[in-house]
Write a protein that binds this ligand. Sequence first.
Ligand SMILES: Nc1ncnc2c1ncn2[C@@H]1O[C@H](COP(=O)(O)OP(=O)(O)O)[C@@H](O)[C@H]1O
Ligand SMILES: NC(=O)OP(=O)(O)O
Length: 326
Amino acid sequence: MAKVVVALGGNAILSENPSAKAQKQAVSQTAKELVNFVKNGDQLIITHGNGPQVGNLLLQQSSADSPENPAMPLDTCGAMTQGSIGYWFQNAMREELLKNGIDKDVMTIITQTVVSGDDPAFHDPSKPIGPFYQESQVETVKQEHPDWQLMEDAGRGYRRVVPSPKPLQINEYRAIQQVVDAGIVPIVSGGGGIPVIKKGDQLVGTEAVIDKDFSASKIAQLINADKLIILTSAGGVYYNFGKQEQAELKKVGVPEIQEHIDAVEFSKGSMMPKVQAAVDFVRQTGNPAVIGDLKDAKEIIAGTQGTTIVNENVQTEYRKSKVLSS
Ligand SMILES: Nc1ncnc2c1ncn2[C@@H]1O[C@H](COP(=O)(O)OP(=O)(O)O)[C@@H](O)[C@H]1O
Ligand SMILES: NC(=O)OP(=O)(O)O
């Protein structure tokens, strides 16, 4: 039975409508895809993002902030989103498994991710959270929230950005391992895990949001997963993405794709962390990672879709003809 860690991006939870009802519906659709891994006989470990949700929650908190009902800090909001999104996934997965005649427990684990207080990310916010703003709204948003930093997010508009330190350790990984060994489907490290700094025996929450792709890679390494699968809204990883000569990778070795990382050829706010997280997992474990589209879960299991990254120096394979330019 292969141990497969599946990391889910924003579109797996939130489409255009941020209501609980709409997000639950999106999660139910996602569960229909995820159940394919269990049907395939894999031990599934689910992890997910929280960028839109935690940003929206912070906005709700600040709009009601008062001495009697103070706004909760970012680490606590991260924990709240782990709970709410975990609850949606837990029920959606349970329902989908039962529909397929599989009686398996699903369990959300509140997960804390240890980071360094000296991580340079604390002085360079880069993680987009919450809603998108048009360029014309930026000045007003800055006036309303003078403590915010805003950044353009991969051509999709402007968003608030917060520090995103790198995960050093997943505090609950041994418990997660036991849950996995028991055959339960765990939902872990939601939103990258609650960022905490170790101070002696204490874990102290800090104001940050960890990239879920990096924490997915970390937990996959710690539990010695056979595969890391990062599901997003792109068919796979492209070289020259968005350009006429773009080419989708079918299979690539770490030595080659590392050269493209070093040349900063992937977008920092979107594909770069996924590729870096995948490469880190492959290097540390020798096992493959796949980056692909959520709607292609069945094909990814069959090996016919997505970009597979392997440790060896293989001949790079492309999904379509390499050169599209005329
Ligand atoms: N080189 C690339 N290859 C494929 N997709 C890319 C690339 N660069 C940027 N993208 C964009 O990144 C998106 C995935 O990133 P993002 O939306 O941040 O992920 P998430 O699903 O984790 O929220 C894709 O849908 C695609 O539009
Ligand atoms: N925490 C995190 O990486 O969230 P998103 O994937 O939603 O950006």
